[in-house]
Design a protein. Structure first.
Length: 160
């Protein structure tokens, strides 16, 4: 009961305790027990903020994989991943991330990884050029063999 005159409000029911299932429960319930559905075990991560300000938060992540049949043909199916995220603590949340969102997260991560690799490769090439080394495609067979020997020798020295 909300009473605008007194400012009194009933406390919200804890997550998962209401009579009606929320989106999280409905989505998980629809996938649970189906024939072509695989689930990971819930993975738990505890994160403490710097200096402990704000309290520890626990994140629970579970991924569910289902077969999405294309055009009604059982032979043509692709995987579809749904992510379930829960956060405990002073303000708990439960979120269902649909397959499209999970795919987007993976694509963005791959793009950032590619950008970082390109940046590192360019820096390495510039450093080799500054040292006066030729790129590998410009070396003769004898020079390639010599470079290989030098690298192998350096690796052996590292191991010692």
């Amino acid at each position: 009961m909300n009473d605008e005159w007194t400012g009194f409000r009933e406390p919200a029911a804890p997550a998962g305790s209401s009579a009606m299932p929320d989106e999280f429960d409905r989505a998980f319930g629809l996938l649970d027990g189906l024939k072509h559905v695989l689930k990971t075990k819930p993975a738990i991560v505890n994160i403490a903020p710097p200096f402990g300000i704000g309290g520890m938060r626990t994140y629970i992540v579970q991924t569910v994989r289902e077969r999405e049949v294309i055009s009604g043909n059982e032979d043509k199916a692709r995987p579809r991943f749904t992510l379930f995220l829960q956060r405990t603590g002073d303000s708990p949340i439960r979120v269902v991330l649909p397959a499209a969102v999970g795919d987007l997260i993976v694509r963005q991560r791959d793009q950032l990884t590619t950008q970082a690799r390109k940046k590192q490769a360019k820096a390495s090439a510039a450093a080799r050029k500054a040292r006066g080394e030729k790129p590998g495609f410009q070396l003769s067979a004898a020079e390639r063999a010599e470079r290989k020997k030098t690298r192998e020798k350096a690796e052996k020295e590292k191991r010692k």
